[in-house]
Ligand binder design. Structure first.
Ligand code: ZN
Length: 212
């Protein structure tokens, strides 16, 4: 583990490396950002955003919170989504959960976790929506893994419920919403193949905000 002082040394080396291959790297970076991707992931220190996707500065707009949640009254995540769609014009939105998620496990513990209660309640709601499927899984680890996947699916649905997504998608055919799980034990990204179009159709009678 790096010491606090080493972080600055690391930064100095990183600048050298970037300017070594392109001396104008930071001049170009300072001009503007035009990322194609919005990534919404868990705050877990083991699940980085850019690194696992092999992307560099300027390539992905990032939001992370405990449990990779998209809550419709969370001004933070809603501002990120609105800005990414309406101003950055991202082409893809990725919600990335991960197995062994402490947030997902904590959500199912039967005790008072203070301020975390209302936040993690969103995950209990996912469990309630998919209770029959989850309760049918006997193995506890497999049940948690499936809850991680279903949580990602529900957060993708929450993005599709927004006016920004619906209106921009109707007008421009993007962004596409994708659900991923990062498998911590192998480092592999698993695409859950969320059916964006089907979800959009399914929720239309209740959540349509396009005025048509
Ligand atoms: Zn997590």
């Amino acid at each position: 583990m790096a010491t606090y002082e080493e972080l600055f040394e690391n930064n100095r080396r990183w600048i050298e490396q970037k300017t070594g291959t392109n001396k104008d790297f930071f001049l170009e970076l300072a001009k503007d950002q035009n990322p194609d991707y919005l990534y919404i992931g868990c705050s877990d220190s083991r699940v980085t955003a850019e690194e696992v996707m092999g992307l560099g500065p300027g390539e992905v707009f990032v939001h992370r919170n405990v449990g990779n949640l998209v809550n419709n009254v969370d001004l933070n995540v809603m501002s990120v989504i609105n800005y990414a769609i309406r101003h950055l014009n991202v082409k893809h939105i990725i919600v990335c959960g991960h197995y062994e998620c402490g947030g997902v496990k904590a959500a199912m513990v039967s005790k008072d976790l203070g301020l975390l209660n209302p936040w993690l309640r969103n995950i209990r709601d996912v469990y309630r929506l998919h209770k029959a499927e989850l309760n049918a899984i006997a193995d506890e680890r497999q049940r948690y893994d499936r809850l991680v996947e279903l949580n990602v699916q529900e957060q993708c649905t929450n993005i599709i419920k927004t006016a920004a997504l619906q209106l921009t998608y109707a007008a421009e055919g993007h962004p596409a919403v994708h659900g991923w799980v990062f498998d911590i034990k192998s480092g592999r990204i698993i695409d859950l193949h969320i059916d964006h179009e089907r979800i959009l159709r399914d929720i239309k009678d209740i959540y349509n905000l396009t005025g048509s």
